[in-house]
Design a protein around this ligand. Structure first.
Ligand code: NAG
Ligand code: NAG
Ligand code: NAG
Ligand code: NAG
Length: 485
């Protein structure tokens, strides 16, 4: 063979570089885009944010027309959804299912429209917290929506599924091989799984290693992360080094036991919160995502599915300050981006460990540089405690909680924080910074150390927020958070 000329070497080099670039393309990772925020970001800005970061898949919690319109032409693969409170309607009435498909799917199917891939029917409908309300409704709703999709000619490309919490299966011994579907929903799960299988649709499951740690004080911490640093468990000759794989394979075994061991699985939600709990911080979130992305990049699947190319949706895109805090205060801090579209920590969506800060949202407009704080002249704080309760019940004070970024504030700091959150929530209206005369507006940044006193952004409007907002009754919250004062 002739020796390569320097030109040939240059060409080979260029080709190699080109190949490397291809190899470094992002993993098959989508994100969940929720809108339970007081000041949601303009959807067009969000779509650009996704593109800037090479994220080409998104999962929604409904099918808001403004968001869908912004996704049109973006080529971003989209999961649209039907909220739980709509399941009854579609379970009982095929015509309504047809109307839904017409308005929320067909509208967007045109050249340059929205690349809809799945319809998520319900959201974790079998959570035990729902007391079984949706057990009988979910499957018929799925059937009606799929039939409507088929009748409209979308059925080959757009599949119905339902995102389920990992508590739909269990393993009495904690070994994946003991996995099986929960007994109270076993028959329903069987029907749904066979339906998904016959329709070539995936099983969608939400897996939360963070919750394993949060819920169980004896949980071995390292097992929550995917960097194989802790000890492993053995199950029928398979070795597990992290709870994500173990959980995934518990599902694989549960499927196997009803004869559907090969059904495609999509992880509908996976992520790590960054505030409002001792385990929810930037360092652990980064450790979790680093491990997850490296694991995906290694393409080694899980012990039960060694060749599987995992498909996952991160939870979540943004912090959402109006989510219910019943699961825990961390619930409002799942974003890989903050409320204003700024990234929180470096990551590498290609999984090569070349961490860098994601690109921030461009064009987000902030309110003025104004904060609301307690007046220096107020000395007797005890008489003002009810003001804090009021401010926090109508805003978001979760970062004051134990183990959170603002837990070190002194008593005055607590007041100013609460006042400011309420003031920002009210779009800095002058009347919102009164508190019986104890508060004042300042233009000097009130943030203290690592505790951010945020300035709100100009909201993309009521339209996005009002649909999803669960009115958040904060009595419980206030009691837990402020009994200290
Ligand atoms: C389409 O989806 C939107 C948002 O989820 C919902 O409000 C609306 O009722 C749906 N349309 C129909 C005809 O069901
Ligand atoms: C479930 O039942 C409990 C106790 O009976 C009740 O407090 C709760 O509100 C119910 N939840 C729903 C979603 O119906
Ligand atoms: C400030 O509020 C937090 C949350 O309620 C509490 O843990 C902390 O003790 C308070 N600080 C003071 C000095 O009262
Ligand atoms: C206020 O200060 C904090 C902490 O130094 C900083 O992160 C934040 O960006 C500042 N806010 C504004 C509006 O300048």
């Amino acid at each position: 063979m002739a020796r390569p000329t320097s030109f040939a070497i240059a060409v080979t080099w260029a080709t190699l570089m080109a190949l490397t670039t291809v190899v470094e393309a992002n993993l098959d990772v989508g994100v969940n885009w929720g809108t339970i925020a007081s000041h949601p970001i303009n959807p067009s800005i969000v779509v650009n944010l996704l593109k800037d970061n090479g994220i080409n898949k998104v999962k929604l919690f409904d099918s808001d027309s403004w968001i869908m319109g912004s996704l049109a032409g973006s080529k971003i693969e989209t999961v649209v959804a039907i909220p739980n409170d709509q399941l009854e309607k579609f379970a009982n009435d095929y015509d309504l299912a047809k109307d839904w498909v017409k308005e929320n799917v067909t509208t967007y199917i045109y050249h340059g429209g929205v690349d809809i891939r799945y319809v998520a029917v319900g959201n974790e409908p079998f959570l035990t917290d729902f007391n079984g309300s949706y057990i009988k409704l979910t499957f018929p709703a799925m059937q009606n929506i799929q039939k409507a999709l088929n009748d409209a000619g979308h059925g080959d490309k757009i599949k119905v599924t339902t995102p389920l919490n990992a508590d739909v299966y269990e393993s009495p011994s904690n070994q994946p091989s003991d996995g099986r579907f929960r007994s109270d929903i076993h028959d329903t799960m069987k029907n749904i799984v066979h339906f998904l299988s016959s329709n070539n649709a995936p099983f969608m499951v939400n897996i939360y290693p963070f919750l394993s740690l949060y819920q169980n004080p004896h949980f071995p911490m390292d097992f929550a992360f995917l960097d194989s640093s802790g000890k492993s468990i053995n199950d029928k000759g398979k070795t597990y080094t992290n709870v994500f794989d173990a959980n995934y394979d518990t599902l694989v075994w549960s499927l196997k036991k009803i004869g559907e061991g090969d059904l495609k699985i999509v992880v509908g939600e996976v992520g790590w919160p960054t505030d409002a709990n001792k385990y929810a911080n930037l360092e652990l979130a980064k450790r979790f995502y680093d491990g997850l992305f490296k694991n995906l990049a290694s393409k080694k699947g899980t012990p039960m599915r060694p060749d599987e190319k995992l498909e996952i949706y991160l939870f979540s895109l943004f912090d959402e300050d109006m989510k219910s805090v019943l699961p825990g205060f961390f619930e409002r801090h799942w974003g890989i981006f903050r409320y204003d579209g700024k990234p929180k920590f470096p990551m590498d969506l290609a999984g090569n460990g070349n961490d860098k800060m994601p690109v921030a949202a461009k064009g987000v407009q902030y309110l003025e540089k104004k904060w609301c704080v307690i007046k220096n002249s107020i000395e007797d704080l005890t008489s003002e405690v009810s003001q804090i309760d009021y401010a926090c019940s109508l805003s978001d004070c979760t970062t004051l909680a134990f183990g959170s970024s603002c837990n070190d504030l002194n008593a005055r700091g607590n007041f100013s924080f609460a006042y400011n959150m309420y003031f920002q929530m009210q779009d800095q209206s002058v009347e919102a910074c009164d508190f019986g005369g104890s508060a004042e507006i300042v233009t000097k940044n009130a943030s203290v150390g690592t505790c951010l006193f945020p300035i709100q952004i100009v909201s993309a409007g009521q339209k996005l927020t009002m649909m999803n907002v669960i009115p958040f009754v904060s009595t419980v919250f206030v009691t837990i958070l402020f009994f200290v004062i």
